[in-house]
Design a protein around this ligand. Structure first.
Ligand SMILES: CC(C)(COP(=O)(O)OP(=O)(O)OC[C@H]1O[C@@H](n2cnc3c(N)ncnc32)[C@H](O)[C@@H]1OP(=O)(O)O)[C@@H](O)C(=O)NCCC(=O)NCCS
Length: 181
């Protein structure tokens, strides 16, 4: 936390202790929506880069957020876990994410005795992609523009633009018709 401003420290503590736990947009009518807006706003200064409008779901966990880039209208789903600090996670414009997704950016160096050290790789979820519930995305994966990842998939390899990937390990089942840019 060496180079953190006071504002960032306050946002971090507010997010971790309060905002993270507040209701989601589908709960308690207007109150849930207000809480969701508050949570999203308070988390913004934590990210490496964040557009004006972003969404952060209830109980989303992302360390201190400093390796995450949130493009315009990017969403992190409820109860997401974004784990590992050695790779950057970029969440593109209008990305939708179901609940309980896991995005991992680093592996233990298993060639070393005792797993010493980590190997980090960036993850990119490109614009307009839709990530279903309980998807796991492994280090180094790129999900293409307008791609869809089906519920429960474990994505080990890149998904092309407009690809629909399902299963564990995820395979491309279909290609969507090209979407407007
Ligand atoms: C990926 C998805 C969009 C595909 O929908 P679809 O185009 O209607 O797909 P279909 O039902 O025609 O299925 C196509 C094939 O993929 C398989 N399939 C579809 N979804 C799958 C999934 N999540 N996991 C594994 N296989 C899946 C089907 O069994 C079918 O296989 P087959 O060709 O061998 O018979 C949808 O199944 C899905 O997983 N949606 C996510 C729902 C979700 O998480 N919502 C949260 C809201 S954010």
């Amino acid at each position: 936390m060496n180079h953190w401003s006071i504002k960032k420290i306050i946002c971090y503590l507010t997010y971790k202790l309060i905002a993270k736990h507040l209701p989601g947009p589908g709960e308690f009518l207007m109150l849930g929506k207000m809480c969701h807006r508050f949570r999203s706003k308070i988390s913004k200064p934590l990210f490496r880069d964040a557009a004006e409008k972003i969404g952060v779901g209830k109980n989303a966990d992302f360390d201190n957020g400093s390796n995450i880039i949130m493009r315009d209208h990017a969403n992190i789903g409820p109860e997401a876990l974004i784990s590992g600090k050695l790779g950057t996670v970029t969440i593109g414009k209008h990305v939708m994410m179901g609940s309980k997704c896991i995005i991992i950016t680093q592996n233990h160096n298993y060639l070393e005795k005792g797993y010493e050290g980590f190997i980090g790789k960036d993850v990119l979820i490109d614009d307009y992609a839709w990530i279903g519930h309980r998807v796991t995305i492994l280090p180094g994966v790129k999900i293409g523009k307008h791609a869809i990842v089906g519920a429960g998939a474990v994505v080990t390899k890149d998904v092309p633009d407009c690809g629909i990937a399902v299963g564990n390990p995820a395979v491309i089942k279909k290609i969507r018709k090209r979407q407007p840019a």
